[in-house]
Design a protein. Structure first.
Length: 397
């Protein structure tokens, strides 16, 4: 049974109060006094469907919409209508954030794009299940006045956004040493947690005025670069811009990203907000290593027979490493420096297989953490020894 505030009874009786609205609703509302008790009004209720309690995966969803509730309406006084039917959803792990309105039809259906907007509002486009607390609301409206109606008790809503088809973005340019298109795939950027349209790359950059950095999706290299089509390249809005932050545009192949100085930076780009930022590292003398290798179950964790997988340094400062490798069977592994655990080794999580590279292609590894699970297959493998960023990009045969 739906609950409405005592104030609604006053509104229905005479609409005598002045409207005031500080909520996210599209209609002005009379002031609601929290100390007033909620009462039950016959004839108004919304009932959640079984679909509302099940995980909603937008990547496998084939319908245009899902019915989350059914609505039973009582009779409103003359001149009053029920409008703005919606769910107000709050992200469970972001209690300080304001709720987001998810619009619904009168028969309780919510469109796929509404679910997408909900997740993107709080988290970006990472294909990870997100948990919300939702409640169905509507407005009883007469003229310019409205009263919020509570149609359901709070319920848990779980939504996973669609996985991006091609989530791999790369740097290309003189600032990192990759001066040919053939090497562009060796400079993959690290996705920012919670924002699959945000990426970073950490190294020592040059500070040239031309020929420095552009950002491309790998499919652009395959399909557009051979045709000399630069319409999808990401660059700065202002040519020769050495600012610490600025705006990003597409199609201007001569508007390179240029580091403010020739030092170590983390370059950040947000392809949804279309902004970039250079974050100078506090430590301008990061530890350097002769080599970075991978050791694991694939070679029985053998440290003495030269069977580790060797990565090659790809940037001039020798902090970003790369190798393409095929694993014949599922395995577990770790990264280490100079073939010596005591020098430095990197893993992920507090338990072995906390990271399954077949489910999530990029993570930030840490010293002395646990084994990484990698399914059988061929991968472009990347590692940054400054940040611990590791990547396993599947290679299509």
């Amino acid at each position: 049974m739906k609950k409405i505030s005592l104030l609604l009874m006053l509104v229905i009786a005479g609409w005598s109060l002045t409207a005031c609205d500080e909520s996210h609703n599209d209609y002005p509302m009379p002031p609601v006094y929290p100390q007033e008790p909620l009462i039950t009004v016959e004839g108004f209720e919304a009932t959640t469907t079984p679909a509302a309690t099940q995980p909603i995966d937008l990547g496998t969803m084939t319908e245009d919409s899902i019915q989350l509730f059914t609505l039973k309406q009582g009779t409103l006084p003359e001149g009053m209508t029920l409008k703005n039917l919606r769910l107000e959803a709050k992200a469970n792990d972001k209690p300080k954030e304001q709720p987001h309105n998810v619009m619904a039809s009168s028969d309780g259906y919510v469109k796929k794009e509404e679910f997408s907007k909900l997740v993107y509002t709080f988290y970006g486009k990472k294909a990870t299940e997100r948990t919300f607390t939702a409640q169905v609301f509507a407005d009883a409206v007469k003229g310019n006045e409205a009263q919020l109606i509570y149609l359901t008790a709070p319920f848990t809503l779980r939504v996973t956004p669609e996985k991006l088809e091609d989530p791999y973005y790369y740097l290309f340019g003189l600032a990192t040493g990759n001066v040919s298109a053939a090497n562009a795939y060796k400079y993959v950027m690290t996705p920012i947690e919670g924002n699959d349209m945000g990426f970073t790359f950490t190294t020592k950059y040059t500070s040239k005025k031309a020929g420095d950095l552009l950002v491309w999706n790998i499919s652009y290299w395959k399909n557009d670069f051979p045709k000399k089509d630069f319409s999808k390249v990401y660059a700065t809005e202002t040519k020769y811009d050495k600012s610490e932050k600025g705006l990003v545009i597409q199609g201007e192949k001569d508007n390179y990203f240029i580091a403010p100085t020739a030092e170590y930076y983390t370059f950040k780009i947000d392809l949804e907000a279309l902004t970039f930022e250079w974050q100078k590292l506090d430590d301008q003398n990061p530890a350097t290593y002769t080599n970075i290798s991978i050791i694991g179950a694939f070679n029985a964790w053998n440290e003495t027979d030269n069977s580790e997988i060797e990565l090659a340094a790809v940037d001039p400062s020798k902090h970003n490493w790369y190798v393409r490798h095929t694993f014949a069977s599922d395995t577990e592994l770790k990264f280490r420096a100079n073939h010596d655990y005591s020098v430095m080794n990197w893993g992920y999580g507090n338990n072995d297989k906390d990271w399954d590279a077949g489910e999530d292609w990029a993570k930030i590894c840490e010293k002395d953490k646990k084994n990484i699970a990698v399914p059988a297959g061929t991968y472009d493998i990347y590692f940054c020894d400054i940040t611990g960023a590791a990547h396993f990009v599947p290679v299509e045969e």
